[in-house]
Ligand binder design. Structure first.
Ligand code: CDP
Ligand code: MG
Length: 142
């Protein structure tokens, strides 16, 4: 519709390894360089209950306990970014494959990570996940 500004938001988390390795600037910088806009951000250490809600779909997986321990071990930067459309997909392309050893060069994981668990960054995997995850961390934006 003429005059209608369409925006789409998704959730990004710079995981504890990213904060520990002083990579917040690079990670957020790559998203900004693509043209995405940061609309909310908070640095905090997740408690187990929040981590379990966020990663609920992974309950029962062999890596689940390790994942919850990892994501709660220190501060993370939780960010909502905004773009023109399908922002979750744009972020996932910039982030790269889950396994950094398979992630393409030029992606965050492909360039900066080498561990399957400690892969630096979370990005919502669908529009529905983006909505659900934004509501967990930034209810005022939901
Ligand atoms: O983060 P992404 O959506 O790419 O991957 P996922 O399949 O939703 O898994 C969530 C997170 O669990 C990953 O980013 C890894 O940190 C961790 N993971 C793991 O430790 N071992 C696996 N085999 C798979 C995932
Ligand atoms: Mg995922």
């Amino acid at each position: 519709m003429l005059g209608c500004i369409v925006v789409d938001r998704t959730l990004v988390i710079v995981k504890p390894d990213g904060v520990e390795r002083r990579l917040i600037g690079q990670i957020v910088g790559r998203l900004e360089a693509k043209g995405l806009r940061v609309v909310a951000a908070e640095l905090r250490t997740l408690d187990a209950a929040t981590a379990e809600v966020h990663y609920a779909e992974h309950v029962g997986r062999s890596y689940y306990d390790g994942l919850v321990s990892f994501i709660t071990r220190g501060p993370v930067l939780i960010v909502v970014v905004e773009g023109p459309a399908e922002t979750w997909k744009v972020v996932r392309t910039i982030v790269g494959a889950t396994n950094p050893l398979e992630a393409a060069p030029g992606t965050i994981r492909g360039d900066l990570a080498s561990d399957l668990r400690e892969n630096l960054v979370h990005g919502s995997d669908s529009a529905e996940s983006a909505q659900r995850e934004i509501a967990i961390f930034f209810p005022r934006l939901a």
